[in-house]
Design a protein around this ligand. Structure first.
Ligand SMILES: [Zn+2]
Length: 134
């Protein structure tokens, strides 16, 4: 049966489940797959770092509340964050490493920096939930 190599595109003869014309093509294809995955991870890290820098820069300039549209204009990406922090009051903060934000009504965004007590509270909350399990 005539097959087409996934890597170089050349036709070859072989079993129907064979995808590559040679071992070289198979390993080259896997390497390029790994590279692509690594590149998309790097892209996300770049977005996260950009978000972090934007928050820190705005805070340093004295802005604690900004419009959501303004952040988008500055190339902020809301879909990427590293972790969340939920307050006892039920508010959720989204963090890009040590810089975070909370969505406010009327398309406003509250900017904050990560604080030590936030981690302590998170751990406390986890332990509390564990005790509630049957
Ligand atoms: Zn090939």
């Amino acid at each position: 049966m005539d097959r087409q190599c996934l890597h170089c595109g050349q036709g070859f003869l072989g079993r129907s489940d064979k995808k590559f014309c040679s071992n070289q093509c198979r390993s080259a294809w896997h390497q390029s797959q790994q590279l692509q995955q690594e590149q998309s991870v790097q892209q996300i890290i770049k977005r996260l770092s950009r978000n972090r820098l934007l928050i820190r820069r705005l805070l340093a300039e004295g802005y604690k509340k900004v419009g959501r549209a303004h952040l988008v204009e500055l190339d902020f990406t809301f879909c990427y964050y590293t972790h969340q922090y939920k307050t006892k009051g039920g508010n959720t903060y989204y963090f890009c490493f040590d810089a975070g934000y909370r969505l406010l009504p009327e398309n406003k965004v509250l900017l904050v920096l990560w604080q030590e007590y936030m981690h302590a509270f998170e751990v406390e909350k986890l332990e509390m939930n564990k005790e509630q399990l049957p």
